[in-house]
Structure formats: structure tokens, C-alpha cells
Design a protein around this ligand. Structure first.
Ligand code: PEP
Ligand code: MN
Length: 354
């Protein structure tokens, strides 16, 4: 039986989450409070989280704490605040869904849906998230083997949703000093077995904020594609899991410790975005070329090129870039666009309308 989650000789999958990417060489940080508690709280968190450089904002709206007497989350109201905070800071958002019936509702608000550790083998939920057009973060159950975790992913993939990110957050331990033992070895094992990206969640594994950064760095060293970390503007006042949530300073110091890896990951994202924009530009140029041929107009419009380069120089200047350098880059882009236009319409020379 060939499992879809297995490598099967193929490369690595990278999963797009709004404007962010998980896998394919990026190191993606998802950060945010355990629970969305109020509009003010998530907005305040989102602002410093964006400033610190995380790529994705997290926040729980449907919580399933161990005790039914603990805070259960704000539900749809929480999702609304999370979306608003994500939009205000240009961060895509991820939130947990706990019930199969809630999947369409949660998917409406978020860029990525999370299946929590305690639902890892909830097959009905796995099938439901497999049917929505949203990437899925699948946390490893505290007592699940790696094989069982991959089989859970298989339930999602089998429904046609191939955008699954695995999340390691620790396995049950006899020790009482930590919530669970972050199974660092699962990261390289997953890398051997599967093409799916894998991130670690040092917050839920640790149970204590002081242990979060060392675990995060260990996860990165082991080859994880990123991490999910819980961050709260005021952990002492948190309605859930205060002891392991990082405050602003702790979060900034973790991001600093992740340093160059995180910055490179951001550059990778920017580069992909540039390529996507270039593809869009070429596509438009080709569409225009077809119209010009239909109407018998010359392909090249020298006046427009002059205007366009002037606009580009002004914009570069406004953003503190060297206008001459940016103009050179755009001359290359224009040259390439013209080449694609000629190819698309089968024209021999630049000025040949045919
Ligand atoms: C969470 O990420 O908020 C969470 C509670 O995760 P899990 O359900 O996987 O423990
Ligand atoms: Mn939590």
C-alpha cells in the first residue's frame, strides 16, 4: 500500500498559508496567544508578533482544555477578532477546530485550520478538514506513534487536501517537570519517511516559558520547518496556560536567537512573491500582445516604456532604493516581457505587428 504521506521517492511538499509558506526550506514561525481572550488582547499580541517577525498569527477560539470548568474560548467571536488582528498586521492566521460540524465556519475565518493533539485520531474531524480548501496543521497526539501520526495525516490527504503540516508537541512522559517530552527525534524521522513539512510546538511540550527557547532552537537544529509558539501580552493574566506563554520580551529574544534562519526564511518568502508577481506581469503582457495583434498595433510602445521607467524610478526613490539600480532591473524585466510577447504571438521582430 503506497501511503500518500510517505516520500515515495518525491521531493518535499511546501504548504502555502496565505502569504506565508511552511516547508521547502523556509523556517516559519507561528506565534500568538493560547486563546483569543478579547479584541484588545489579540490586537496587542498581533502587533508585536508582526514586529518580531513571525509569519503566521495563532489564537485559539474553540478550546478544549483538560477541565470542562476552564475557559473554553470565545468561539466565533474569537475567530472574528483573530481575523481582524491578522488583517491589521498582514499576517495569515491559524486556529484550532474541534468539531467536524464547525470546520466550514472556522475555515471561513482562518488561513490554516489546526487539528489539536487530543483530536489526532478523530477520524470524522480528519475527513472534514480533508474536504476544505485550507491547509491543515495536524498536531501529534501525546500517545501516538509516528506511524499513527502519519496515518492520521493519510485520512486528510485521502480526501484530496494535500496541504498538511505536521506538528510535534511532545509525547507523554513519567516526568512531572514538563508537560510532555518534546520528541526531537520525530523531526528527522518524519523527514526520512514523509514529504510533509514538520514544525515543533515547544510551548505545549514544555509547560514552562523558560524551557521554550532551548526547545525551539533544538527543533530548528533537528531540521524542523518552523515552530508554533504561544505568546501573550501578559502571561500572568492569561485565561489559559499562562506558565508557558512568552511575554513580549521573551518572544523578541527567541526571535533574535533564531536570527539568521528566520531572516533567510523571510527572504525566501519575498523571493517567491517576486517570482509570482513576475509571472503575473508576463501573463498580462502576453494578453496585451494578443490584443495588439488583433488590432494591428505594433507590439512595442516606446512612450509607455519611458513613462513606466520614470514611475518605477520615483517609487524606488520614495522607498529609499537606488533609482538607477531599480531602473536596470526593470529594463531586464521589460526585455523579458517583450521576449515572451513575441514568443506568444509568433512575431519575428519587435515592431512586427503580425
Ligand atoms: C493549541 O495549539 O492551542 C492546543 C491546545 O494544541 P493541542 O490541542 O494540540 O494541544
Ligand atoms: Mn495552548
Amino acid at each position: 500500500m503506497e501511503m500518500k504521506a510517505h516520500r515515495n521517492g518525491g521531493g518535499e511538499t511546501s504548504v502555502t498559508v496565505g502569504t506565508a509558506v511552511v516547508g521547502g526550506g523556509a523556517f516559519t514561525v507561528m506565534a500568538g496567544p493560547c486563546a483569543v481572550e478579547s479584541e484588545v488582547q489579540i490586537m496587542e499580541a498581533a502587533e508585536f508578533i508582526a514586529e518580531g517577525g513571525a509569519a503566521i498569527l495563532r489564537g485559539g477560539a474553540f478550546k478544549i482544555p483538560r477541565s470542562p470548568y476552564d475557559f473554553q474560548g470565545l468561539g466565533e467571536e474569537g475567530l472574528r477578532y483573530l481575523r481582524k488582528a491578522g488583517d491589521a498586521t498582514s499576517l495569515p492566521v491559524v486556529s484550532e477546530v474541534t468539531e467536524p460540524d464547525d470546520v466550514p465556519l472556522v475555515a471561513e475565518y482562518v488561513d490554516m485550520v489546526q487539528v489539536g493533539a487530543h483530536n489526532m485520531q478523530n477520524v470524522v474531524l480528519l475527513r472534514a478538514v480533508g474536504q476544505v480548501d485550507r491547509p491543515v496543521l495536524l498536531k501529534r497526539g501525546p500517545s501516538a506513534t509516528i506511524e499513527e501520526w502519519l496515518l492520521a495525516a493519510e485520512y486528510v490527504l485521502n480526501e484530496g487536501n494535500m496541504d498538511v503540516v505536521l506538528g510535534e508537541q511532545g509525547i507523554r512522559t513519567f516526568d512531572t517537570r514538563t508537560t510532555s517530552t518534546l520528541d526531537i527525534s520525530s523531526v528527522p524521522v518524519i523527514k526520512q519517511l514523509s514529504h510533509l513539512p514538520v514544525i515543533i510546538d515547544p510551548s505545549h511540550a514544555s509547560g514552562a516559558s523558560a524551557i521554550v527557547a532551548p526547545l525551539a532552537l533544538a527543533g530548528r537544529a533537528a531540521g524542523a520547518d518552523g515552530l508554533m509558539v504561544e505568546v501573550h501580552p501578559s502571561p500572568d493574566d492569561a485565561l489559559t496556560e499562562g506558565p508557558h506563554q512568552l511575554d513580549r520580551d521573551e518572544y523578541f529574544s527567541l526571535m533574535h536567537a533564531l536570527g539568521i534562519v528566520r531572516l533567510r526564511a523571510d527572504i525566501d518568502l519575498v523571493d517567491r512573491e517576486i517570482v509570482r508577481l513576475l509571472a503575473r506581469r508576463v501573463k498580462r503582457a502576453v494578453e496585451i500582445a494578443h490584443i495588439k495583434v488583433e488590432e494591428g498595433i505594433a507590439l512595442r510602445s516606446p512612450d509607455r516604456e519611458v513613462d513606466l521607467l520614470a514611475d518605477v524610478r520615483d517609487e524606488a526613490d520614495r522607498l529609499g532604493l537606488d533609482p538607477k539600480v531599480v531602473q536596470r532591473l526593470f529594463e531586464e524585466i521589460l526585455d523579458y516581457s517583450r521576449q515572451e510577447q513575441r514568443r506568444a504571438v509568433g512575431a519575428g521582430s519587435e515592431d512586427d505587428p503580425a
